[in-house]
Design a protein around this ligand. Structure first.
Ligand SMILES: [Zn+2]
Length: 446
């Protein structure tokens, strides 16, 4: 239902874009229509389609609630629609003239062509006066990350490290930019210093909306640049870029830019992680606290060098312990091999059991006895404990291996295995009570 009313502001000239520090606005409903998901989104079969619904429906997403969603357009908006790499605002709409002045929570605002549409769980009649309130902590965080990225990319551009793409991390997480090569430590330090110098210099960030726009500038396919307003963000002499997002007014409001680590991607490209402003401080505090916790569990001082040295020492001693354990296991296997050979020589079937070490130990023992077992009798090697998984190996004369494998399948309920001739191997999903004992008895008293 749309009635004649004020002509709504278009995306590009919304109040949230003209004054991104405004947190509240009294405005009026221009249109309100029930949201009908596009046909491709109406089936929840494909996970991709479901994801699209999630991102379009905001707070209504993910559940099969039959509740309706309404798309509301206002005369103007302090609530920013998703765009320019910046996520949707969150906020609320409070009707001012209705008998039901309860605030409606808004967690999804989207640009459709030139229109800014809020996804609402309640319909509001055109003409209704409302107050919009922005979740400004969320917006401020987005503006710090987003404006921080403009500054970071501008500085890296001047060092011949152009930004190929960027991604804002979810609340409290790192952001990243993709660049064509891995920067050196010196470059990272220099970029970090130059970013923070520019923040200290408190450079003004302004917006220009030229009448004529170079057709080569990248704009979304469904944005009509002839009817719309294309915004260029200018950071002093450093940056001049078309962008529809919300930005800080001066570089000092970014607070700081913290460069994290790099990661190699797509051949020689590199992803540089960063954070800005309050988010960077929060991440740094979390990091400091983690190091402290690691230091406490290592009984180390909190000096970074001490913590690193202690972690290295722990890793080294773990590797040594693993080596010693391996050697010891091989020694035990040698003794077990000798014992089995003497059992075989006495004309009996041999039973070998070890609760731990699984196939590692079984293979070591099998190596010790394979020749003795080929000549006479049969050996069954077993690992695992009740209620856990395990392994079984049978080696020996062909006919005896086959009949022993048949017995194993009779006794062990969860065994699966196979093999031909002189060796049979099986996996036990879970040993049941009494099965190991029954198997031992079957081997030793055939
Ligand atoms: Zn921007």
């Amino acid at each position: 239902m749309t009635v004649a009313g004020p002509i709504p502001s278009i995306v590009g000239a919304l109040l949230c874009q003209k004054d991104s520090y405004l947190q509240t606005l009294e405005t009026e409903v221009v249109s309100c229509d029930e949201y009908v998901p596009p046909k491709s989104l109406q089936t929840n079969v494909k996970s991709k389609a479901k994801k699209s619904i999630d991102s379009e429906k905001g707070s209504d997403s993910g559940t099969a609630t039959p509740s309706k969603t309404w798309l509301i357009e206002f005369a103007d908006s302090v609530l920013f629609p998703e765009g320019g790499g910046q996520p949707t605002d969150h906020g609320s709409i409070t009707p001012l003239t209705s008998s039901d002045p309860e605030a409606v929570l808004i967690t999804n605002i989207q640009r459709h062509g030139l229109r800014c549409l809020s996804f609402s769980s309640k319909p509001l009649s055109p003409g209704t006066r409302v107050r919009q309130d922005v979740d400004f902590n969320r917006r401020w965080d987005h503006m710090q990350q987003h404006t921080g990225q403009h500054l970071l990319s501008a500085i890296m551009d001047s060092l011949d490290l152009p930004t190929l793409s960027w991604s804002m991390g979810a609340a409290g997480e790192m952001n990243s930019i993709e660049i064509p090569r891995k920067p050196s430590h010196e470059e990272i330090k220099s970029i970090q210093d130059r970013c923070n110098q520019c923040i200290r210099d408190n450079v003004a960030i302004t917006v220009e909306t030229p009448e004529e726009v170079d057709g080569a500038k990248k704009l979304p396919g469904d944005y009509d640049k002839d009817k719309g307003v294309v915004r260029f963000i200018k950071i002093g002499d450093l940056d001049y870029n078309a962008c529809c997002g919300t930005h800080l007014k001066q570089t000092s409001h970014i607070g700081l830019i913290l460069l994290h680590h790099t990661q190699s991607i797509r051949g020689t490209n590199s992803r540089l992680y960063f954070s800005a402003g309050d988010r960077a401080i929060k991440l740094a505090i979390e990091s400091i606290n983690s190091i402290r916790n690691i230091a406490v569990s290592l009984s180390s001082s909190t000096s970074l060098t001490d913590v690193q040295n202690n972690v290295q020492r722990l890793t080294d001693s773990y590797a040594d312990a693993r080596k010693r354990e391996k050697k010891m296991l091989a020694e035990i296997a040698t003794y077990e091999g000798a014992r089995i050979r003497s059992v075989l020589e006495s004309g009996k079937n041999a039973w070998s059991y070890r609760a731990t070490d699984g196939l590692d130990f079984i293979n070591l023992v099998a190596f010790e006895i394979k020749e003795a077992a080929r000549d006479r009798g049969v050996v069954i090697l077993v690992s695992g404990e009740v209620k856990t998984a395990g392994s079984i190996m049978i080696i020996g004369e062909k006919g005896m291996v086959e009949s022993m494998a048949a017995k194993v399948k009779e006794i062990v309920s969860t065994v699966k295995g196979g093999g031909k001739g002189e060796k049979w191997q099986g996996k036990v999903t879970e040993w049941k009570k009494g099965e190991i004992e029954a198997l031992k008895a079957a081997v030793e008293n055939p």
